[in-house]
Each structure stands twice: as C-alpha cells, then as structure tokens.
Design a protein around this ligand. Structure first.
Ligand SMILES: NC(=O)C1=CN([C@@H]2O[C@H](COP(=O)(O)OP(=O)(O)OC[C@H]3O[C@@H](n4cnc5c(N)ncnc54)[C@H](O)[C@@H]3O)[C@@H](O)[C@H]2O)C=CC1
Ligand SMILES: O=C(O)[C@@H]1CCC=N1
Length: 272
C-alpha cells in the first residue's frame, strides 16, 4: 500500500485515525493534513511526523482524500476544493448526517465517494467503522478504503446509505455512552469508599475485559451476562435494578435521538 492520504480538517477524528495509522506502521510521509488553524497541524506533525499542508487544496492532491471537518463546514470546504480535484481522488467523508447526494451536488455526479462512520477508539487501533460507497467507487477503491480503516480497527459495509445513521448510533457516537457509564461507575465506586484512582483502574479494566471476553467468546452476550449472575447473588441485584430502571428503553431512546439527529442534519444541510 503506497498511495497517499490527505486529511482535510485535523481535529479529534482525524487525529484519532492518523494516530492509529502511524501506530500500525503506515509511513508518516504518506499522510498529509490541512486545517484551518496551525496549532493542531503542528501538534500532529511533531507527534506523528506527518506532512502538513499550507491549505486544503494541497492536502487534496493525495490519492485518497478524507473529508473530516464539521458537517456545517462541509459545503464551503467542498466548493473550495472542487477546482483541485481534477485527479479524481477517492473521497472519504467521515461527517455525520450529510448524504452522498449533497457531495455530488457540490462536487459533481462523477465523484467516487465513501461515507465512513468511524469512532475515536481508532486512535488505539480499536476503531469500529461503518462504510457506504456510491456507485462510482470501484471494487479496488472499496478495498483501498477498507484496508485503510482496518489499519485502525474493524470495518463493516452497509449497502443502504440510510443505515449509516444506525452505525452512528451503534458505533460513531457510542464511545461517549461508554465514557458516561465509566463516569457513573467511578463516581459510585468513590461514594462506596474507593479512591478515584482505584475506582477508575478497576472500572476501565472491567469494561475492557468484558468487551474483550465478548469479542473472543462464541456465545451471545446475554449468556455471558448470565454467567456473572449467580442466583441469589450480588450481580442479579444490580441487573434487576438496571432493568427496573428501564436501561434498555433508555438506550433505545438515546440511540433513536442520535440517529434522528443525523437524519435532521441531512435534511437541513441537504437543502444547502
Ligand atoms: N469526534 C468523533 O468522535 C467523530 C466525528 N465524526 C465526524 O468527524 C468530523 C470532524 O469531527 P471532529 O474531528 O470531532 O471535529 P473537530 O472540531 O475536532 O475537527 C474539525 C477540524 O476541522 C477544522 N476546520 C474547520 N474549518 C475548516 C476548513 N475550512 N478547512 C480546514 N479545516 C477546517 C477545525 O479547525 C478542526 O480542527 C465531523 O464531520 C464529525 O461528524 C465522525 C465520527 C466520530
Ligand atoms: O457527535 C457527532 O455529531 C459526531 C458524529 C459521531 C460522533 N461524533
């Protein structure tokens, strides 16, 4: 793999993907990034040794161009990039709630575009990305983006664009749900007398261990849950309490709001 990768926008998500790629051994000189301010670019350059561009058009000369600005900025960024995309690179957008049709309106119907919905654990090689390709993306380009994103975690293709919103709810946004759960567990551990450091270390390892066990196990997660719940023991009291509190419904509502927001953003920005 020797093609070059340009990142337009060097914020949290680009930083996570770039960091993950470098950790996986992708040569830093193959990566070039642009950003509105210098500070984040300088930080990425000194941390990872990647190349930084003077402007977006320079980063867009790469073979694969990752569009990673906030959705609200995307139209202006794309319109300014358009004259510099004559080499017809593979475009990969990580923006939530912006549909292929919008990019085609801004950049032309011919563009080869993959919508990728990654998440920040990409930084530590544990990313989970959903991918959707428009009809102009060749089989070789599909492989290219898959290989790229698999350098920072797992990938799953979805064959209907609307399913990207479900991917946001399940994977793009979900690290934040997990951090909230961690916060709540650490707070209660401290209330019960542990130091913050001890509660934090145990919480993180318990959740990471549970995730690893689920990943390596050939039984469903409900069975893994059952194996912790000794009848008449402690765990079932906690699980009963969470079920009584309608945790499933809480998650269902939260994830619906997440996906609905992506839908709403697509409608708002699709009109631009
Ligand atoms: N943060 C996350 O966990 C995830 C974010 N995303 C998507 O990634 C995209 C970027 O999000 P974040 O990295 O979180 O935001 P961010 O705000 O950290 O990064 C965006 C970067 O774009 C730069 N920027 C703004 N206008 C620009 C312009 N005209 N030209 C060049 N750079 C410009 C900003 O200075 C900033 O550094 C969004 O579209 C978001 O939907 C997708 C999945 C997960
Ligand atoms: O909150 C957001 O809109 C972005 C998309 C998925 C994660 N962060």
């Amino acid at each position: 793999m020797s093609y070059t990768i340009g990142f337009i926008g060097a914020g949290n998500m680009s930083g996570a993907i770039i960091g993950g790629m470098i950790a996986k051994g992708i040569a830093p000189e193959r990566i070039i990034a642009s950003n509105r301010g210098r500070e984040k670019l300088d930080a990425l350059q000194s941390k990872f040794g990647i190349r930084v561009a003077q402007d977006n058009l320079e980063a867009a000369q790469a073979d694969v161009v990752v569009l990673s600005v906030k959705p609200q900025m995307m139209k202006a960024v794309c319109e300014a990039l358009k004259p510099g995309l004559g080499h017809n690179p593979l475009l990969v957008t990580v923006a939530a709630g912006l549909e292929v049709s919008s990019y085609q309106r801004w950049l032309g119907d011919h563009i080869a575009l993959v919508r990728c919905m990654p998440n920040t654990p990409s930084l530590v090689g544990k990313g989970a990305s959903g991918l959707y390709a428009n009809d102009n993306v060749s089989a070789a380009q599909r492989q290219q983006v898959e290989q790229l994103m698999q350098s920072v975690g797992i990938t799953q293709w979805v064959e209907k664009e609307s399913l990207i919103n479900a991917v946001i709810a399940v994977a793009g946004s979900s690290p934040a749900y997990c951090f909230l759960i961690m916060e709540a567990m650490i707070e209660e551990g401290v209330r019960q007398g542990l130091t913050h450091a001890v509660a934090k270390a145990l919480t993180i390892q318990a959740l990471a261990g549970a995730a690893e066990l689920a990943a390596q196990s050939d039984v469903e997660v409900d069975e893994l849950k059952r194996r912790v719940m000794s009848p008449g023991g402690t765990t079932e009291q906690a699980i009963f309490s969470l079920e009584d509190g309608n945790l499933r419904e809480i998650f269902s509502r939260a994830m619906q709001r997440c996906a609905n927001r992506a839908d709403e953003m697509a409608k708002q920005m699709g009109e631009q």
